[in-house]
Design a protein around this ligand. Structure first.
Ligand SMILES: C[S@@+](CC[C@H](N)C(=O)[O-])C[C@H]1O[C@@H](n2cnc3c(N)ncnc32)[C@H](O)[C@@H]1O
Length: 396
């Protein structure tokens, strides 16, 4: 029976989905928030005939969500209802995610026509609609062709997400390597990312990625490390693109010394910021402030406690961390938390506030000169002055 016949008999959205699954011969798929999901393509489906742009708006909500979580996204997107189907390459929609003026709905189902109208200029020229009655064959052929040509979309490794990528690497790959010292993870991580899967993209790194057939092996100081399971390895490299862009490589390598694994158990401090909150905060910062933000902003956390909120920060050079208790600074020094950041004791509510409530940094003279100058330059609107981001989990 043809797709159009199955659709004519469909009594629910579930039947519509099943009709397409059968007609397209989908084997490995899941159904869930994304209506039908395979590695190569995600579908949004509706029972009633619906505007394709509205369905794409909902689907893009899930794509954005997956990207923010560092999960893999498929090369193709499709929307289907009982009358028509449309396909689009995911890559064509990616510029939408850079539009800071777009207000995204709270959930996929809340993507309405108003929101769809805003994203329409980005994508309406990039999808092809197939009315199933007239174009069933054409649609199925186009689908198969697109699947054959579709290349997976992977997240690049950049100075801004380095720390997050490293933590995920430790979790999924590093922990599968038996007998590796915590301090060596960063060396193996760089051997892995500075490789395109076939050959190294950088010479003379302390550790090397080798292959025994398809099986990855790591070599460090004459010792070979094997993965207990390759599952995490395959999953990880289905999400990220390697090697990083040539322009970032040297800069990323410089960050190597700051990369020691963190996990929740090593979090200290009376009111510490939990790791999943830190992860979320950095996801939002990456999205809101855009590419290279860690290079362009000085960051000051003036109630940093023992520094957990910054453990996902990749560029410690631009990081100032101060807190009330000197003992917390000692903990940071001893645990080498954000080792290259400027860390100092400071009471931001009292130390430099004069009798009239004005701030005068010469009262305590505790603020590092670089930060004082940066604040003064910014206030004076001096050309080239760096922007300053106050990043805190406040005490009160
Ligand atoms: C909610 S905690 C933030 C913890 C930190 N982000 C972490 O994960 O360790 C607030 C911190 O602010 C510090 N604090 C309280 N009053 C302060 C003040 N006046 N100046 C500087 N730090 C202060 C507290 O000691 C505490 O470590």
């Amino acid at each position: 029976m043809s797709l159009i016949d199955d659709l004519a008999k469909a009594k629910s959205e579930e039947d519509v989905k099943d009709a397409y699954i059968k007609a397209l011969g989908l084997k490995q798929y899941t159904k869930g928030l994304v209506d039908i999901q395979t590695l190569e393509i995600w579908f949004e489906s509706k029972d009633a005939p619906t505007a394709p742009i509205l369905m794409f708006a909902q689907l893009l909500f899930y794509v954005r969500d997956a990207r923010r979580k560092g999960e893999s996204i498929p090369p193709l997107l499709a929307v289907i209802d009982r009358e028509k189907a449309a396909i689009m390459e995911t890559a064509k929609a990616l510029p939408i995610f850079d539009d800071k003026s777009l207000e995204w709905p709270k959930s996929g189902s809340k993507a309405d026509t108003k929101f769809a109208a805003k994203i329409a200029p980005y994508i309406e020229a990039h999808f092809v609609v197939y009315p199933i009655k007239e174009g069933e064959k054409l649609f199925i052929e186009a689908f198969k062709q697109a699947i054959q040509n579709g290349r997976p979309i992977r997240t690049p490794i950049t100075p801004d997400n380095l720390r997050q990528v490293f933590d995920k690497w430790v979790e999924r790959i590093g922990r599968e390597l038996d007998g590796v010292a915590e301090s060596d993870y960063a060396l193996l991580f760089f051997a892995d990312i500075m490789h395109d899967g076939k050959k190294a993209a950088m010479e003379n790194l302390p550790a090397r990625l080798l292959h025994d057939g398809e099986k990855p092996l790591f070599l460090l100081n004459g010792v070979t490390y094997e993965l207990a399971s390759e599952r995490g390895y395959r999953q990880f490299w289905a999400i990220y693109h390697r090697p990083p862009e040539a322009e970032h490589r040297a800069y990323l390598l410089e960050r190597r010394d700051s990369l020691l694994p963190v996990d929740e158990r090593s979090f200290k401090g009376a009111f510490y910021t939990p790791l999943h909150i830190v992860d979320k905060a950095y996801e939002w910062l990456n999205m809101t402030l855009g590419r290279n933000w860690q290079k362009n902003y000085l960051v000051w956390d003036m109630c940093c406690g023992v520094g957990n909120l910054e453990v996902k920060h990749s560029n410690h050079r631009n990081l100032f961390m101060s807190t009330l208790d000197a003992a917390d600074i000692d903990v940071m020094l001893a645990s080498r938390t954000c080792a290259a950041a400027t860390r100092f004791q400071y009471d931001y509510l009292n130390d430099d506030v004069d009798a009239l409530g004005q701030i005068d940094y010469s009262l305590s003279n505790k603020l590092p000169l670089e930060l004082r100058t940066a604040i003064a330059d910014f206030k004076a609107k001096k050309k080239g002055a760096k922007k300053i981001l106050v990043l805190i989990n406040p005490p009160y």
